[in-house]
Design a protein around this ligand. Structure first.
Ligand SMILES: Nc1ncnc2c1ncn2[C@@H]1O[C@H](COP(=O)(O)OP(=O)(O)OP(=O)(O)O)[C@@H](O)[C@H]1O
Ligand SMILES: [Mg+2]
Length: 217
């Protein structure tokens, strides 16, 4: 079953002669349970696609359905509501809050849920445990290695148990070994039932996914 479907979606930026058409009548689906790799040259629209799926940006034309329901988002608060319990995002370059500890950065992923403080604590500790960063709970991001930062960012994306995790080059800034450890974590998550879309420039990472889609300019 398709978790989401995009039909003939179009997205451009800028006005008139400065207008760039980024996505031109793109159609694709993400099946429930798959681990999809999205590849394509720099500027081919991978991040744009992720932002549209996540409700961070909006399509100009075409149809977007999530679990057979049409998605029509117009503003930031619509996107926040849409993502809740549905989508977790791991962005390029981590985007951790430096004034927050590892624990607080992960717990942030539950701000939009209706959990009690106690439930949030239990769930956050469970995730820190799962990602093997419990010993780092009180540290701040500048005190972490790249791999530890990335695990914290993954924690924030999955703590709310989303159906779909979107990752934008989650291993881009990491060495080979750490990259494979991160992929092991994402593969395990996928095997436990989370659908995943991973943007990558790396063939080895793409090969570890269940399907590859290439965006052409
Ligand atoms: N907010 C914006 N305003 C204007 N142009 C934009 C905006 N966001 C993206 N673009 C343009 O849209 C095109 C696609 O950008 P996008 O970030 O989706 O590419 P990408 O495939 O993720 O590239 P990379 O691999 O370098 O991350 C680029 O030409 C970019 O300059
Ligand atoms: Mg990008």
């Amino acid at each position: 079953m398709a978790l989401l479907k995009l039909k003939n979606i179009t997205k451009s930026y800028g006005k008139e002669e400065r207008r760039t058409l980024v996505l031109d009548r793109l159609s694709m689906a993400i099946e429930e349970g798959e681990m999809l790799a999205v590849m394509g040259k720099s500027g081919s629209g991978k991040t744009t696609l992720l932002n549209i799926i996540a409700g961070i940006d909006y399509l100009d034309d075409g149809d977007y359905e999530f679990l057979d329901e049409p998605v029509n988002l117009r503003k930031t608060s619509d996107g926040v509501r849409f993502r809740r319990n549905r989508i977790g995002i791991i962005v390029q370059h981590f985007a951790l809050i430096n004034d927050f500890t590892v624990y607080e950065n992960v717990e942030m992923g539950l701000w939009e849920t209706k959990m009690s403080q106690k439930e949030r604590r239990t769930r956050t500790m469970q995730i820190l445990d799962q990602l093997d960063i419990q010993a780092l709970a009180d540290r701040y991001p500048p005190e972490l290695s790249g791999g530890e930062k990335q695990r914290t960012a993954i924690g924030r994306a999955i703590v709310g148990k989303p159906r779909l995790v979107l990752a934008d080059e989650p291993t881009g800034a990491l060495d080979n070994q750490t990259e494979h450890n991160i992929m092991d974590i994402l593969t395990k998550l996928n095997q436990d039932g989370t659908t995943m879309m991973i943007i990558t420039h790396d063939e080895d990472i793409a090969k570890r996914c269940t399907r590859i889609v290439e965006l052409k300019k």
